[in-house]
Design a protein around this ligand. Sequence first.
Ligand SMILES: C[S@@+](CC[C@H](N)C(=O)[O-])C[C@H]1O[C@@H](n2cnc3c(N)ncnc32)[C@H](O)[C@@H]1O
Length: 269
Amino acid sequence: MATNQDTIWEKFLAPFFSTFLIDEAQLKELRQSIDWEKETEKFQHPDQVYPNYYTSGNFHGIEGGYLTTGAAVTYDPITQYVLPPSETWVRQAAIKSIKVNPSRIIDLGCGTGSTTVLLKSTFPQAEVTGLDLSPYMLVMASRKAQQAGKEIQWLQGDAQDTGLLDASFDLVTASLLFHETPPSVCEQILREVYRILKPGGQVIVLDGNQSLIRQTPWLTEIFEEPYIKAYSQGSVDAWMGAAGLTGVSTEEFWWLHQVTQGRKPKTPA
Ligand SMILES: C[S@@+](CC[C@H](N)C(=O)[O-])C[C@H]1O[C@@H](n2cnc3c(N)ncnc32)[C@H](O)[C@@H]1O
């Protein structure tokens, strides 16, 4: 596991967050109150293979990345401050781009399930699934859904190869996933999205604004994000097009974010 980088986060923001914005005692209490072994067992596949990029570096300066209880309990308290103008507005921007009336939805790289729960609230009749590689993140996601009274299916899995049926979803979403994976993985995920989407189905990818990040290199230095530079040099539009998705478009939201959407053609090209 790589050691922490000398990021702006490590040097300035982390001490500020832990002094003023995050109640560390409360998080410690929460972490200790969860029986992680028992809770992760509900999601964990004994034969789950983790891709190399996922286990070979830190994310957000957390040693061990997402395969830790620390990442799972600190994710929401930190994320609420790093998605200006407001985490809810940013997630809503993705929801507003939905043009289908879905009966089956999957949220890839769902993390602690914030977008997944929003999807279920927006489409209460739909069957909603959240998929993530980290059983720890899924524990937090399932608690969030339970607290919100939402029935959501949580699955441990790799978005590159979900093992789910061909043409089985009307809507596939991925929020804040692509800046954390190498571009070749983003491309593979979109090929998988194409496979699991029904003809006419829609994919929505919410993430950092690639053209802004490209022009503002210091933004990539804030957090320990091993793949954000490569992400900013790519194009989600082009990756979607290469995967066979059509009608692809990207809209910026509040300069920092972008929502890219595409459709699986109703008839194969
Ligand atoms: C920055 S978090 C985003 C979480 C959530 N979607 C959100 O909007 O807050 C990235 C998540 O993607 C997951 N992840 C990374 N690579 C993945 C992959 N190949 N398959 C499934 N999940 C993955 C991580 O475990 C982590 O929970």
